[in-house]
Structures are given as C-alpha cells and as structure tokens.
Design a protein around this ligand. Structure first.
Ligand SMILES: C[S@@+](CC[C@H](N)C(=O)[O-])C[C@H]1O[C@@H](n2cnc3c(N)ncnc32)[C@H](O)[C@@H]1O
Length: 190
C-alpha cells in the first residue's frame, strides 16, 4: 500500500490548494486509507460517495452476496486541515445525495471494452460538482477514458494517463469521436 501514499503525495503537490479528489477503493481498504491520508497531513476525508449498481453481477456459485456498490472517497487537498473545497457546485437536492444509482454499462453510455469502465453520467456529475468550466481534470488511472470524456463534454480540460497500450488506443478513439461530434454540433448551431 506504500504505492497509494506515494501517489497521494504527488496529488498533494500537483492539485490546486483545497481542490477535491475522488478515489474509488475496495471496501476493505477505503476506511483506513482515508484515516491515514489525514493522519499523514495529506488530505482531509470529507465523505464517502457511493455508486449503487442497479444491475450487479450475479453471485454465480450462490455462496456470497452480490456486490452492488463501489465507494469513492471524497478528499480535499488541504494537508488534512479540514478546509472548505475550492469548488463545490451544488446541483439539486436530489442530485446531491451521496448515494448515486447508475447501471453498469447498459445505460447507453458504455463506450469501450474496458472491464471496469465507470458510467459516464456518474463521472460527469462529479466533474460538474467539483470543478468549473475551463478547469483541468486529472485521471491518471484512466482505463476506458470515461473521466476525460465526461470532463470534455462538461467544458473542462482533461489529462488522462493509462499504462496499457490497448486501453490507450480505446481512449484515443473515444476522445476523437466525442471531439468530432461536439464540433459537428457546434457547426450546426453556428
Ligand atoms: C479501474 S480502471 C479505471 C477505469 C476508468 N475509471 C473508466 O471508467 O474506464 C484502472 C486503470 O488504471 C490503469 N493503471 C494501473 N496502474 C497504473 C499506472 N501505474 N499508471 C497508469 N495506469 C495504471 C489500469 O491499466 C486500468 O486500466
């Protein structure tokens, strides 16, 4: 787990003061990592953000529960001093619940073959809450590139980093298709 704290020290260095960060983590580790980030003077843990999967995978052998949620840690880049977030765009009461339901893949927004692609509407919602138009959104575990695409559609800039060549190809193709569609739409409006 040293890797997590090394990476988070770099986030502390490069993110703007009091910027928000959302780290999705397995439930076994989320609690103590949140606590440790604060104890080490890196980030303040504000709240869990829960993605409820309305179409969870079946429990094939029927020996355990079906896994129906993922937890994101909402963290503030404030050295663990409990500051207000730099940006917090309150949407509507309904859209500010910290439990958010989205389908895996089948909501019409799955765009790649990446096995753990997040719903684009979920990442877009988080981008709109935690950043303003023109801001830069970083996802350095980009996978299928969902965060970058959501950021781009919401009028933000995006930096996407991924180590697997085949996923980089997916991200590039997806990003180009979105750029093309947005520029066609803006040409129609002009
Ligand atoms: C859980 S997936 C991210 C899925 C993404 N949020 C989406 O919606 O498509 C994590 C990704 O991080 C990539 N990854 C893991 N370690 C990495 C590293 N050290 N540098 C860059 N990418 C890495 C993996 O290849 C994987 O595609």
């Amino acid at each position: 787990m040293d890797f997590v704290f090394k990476v988070c020290s770099e986030y502390r260095r490069i993110l703007k003061p009091n910027a928000s960060m959302v780290l999705f983590f397995g439930y076994r580790h989320a609690g103590w990592i949140a606590h440790e980030l604060q104890r080490r003077g890196l980030f303040t843990f504000r709240m869990p953000l829960i993605w409820v999967k309305d179409n969870p995978m079946p429990s094939v052998r029927r020996t355990t529960f079906r896994s129906c949620y993922e937890m994101g840690l909402w963290l503030i880049n404030d050295g663990g001093t409990f500051q207000q977030p730099r940006t917090f765009n309150f949407l509507t009461q309904a859209r500010m619940r910290n439990v958010m339901s989205y389908l895996i893949g089948r909501d019409g927004y799955k765009r790649t073959q990446h096995p753990t692609e997040k719903p684009e509407l979920l990442t877009r919602r988080l981008v709109e809450i935690f950043t303003d138009e023109g801001d830069i959104v970083l996802d350095n575990f980009a996978g299928g590139g969902t965060t970058g695409v959501a950021a781009f559609k919401a009028g933000r800039h995006a930096i996407s980093i991924e180590r697997e060549t085949n996923y980089i190809a997916m991200i590039t193709k997806r990003q180009k298709a979105v750029e093309q569609r947005l520029s066609q739409e803006s040409a129609k409006r002009a």
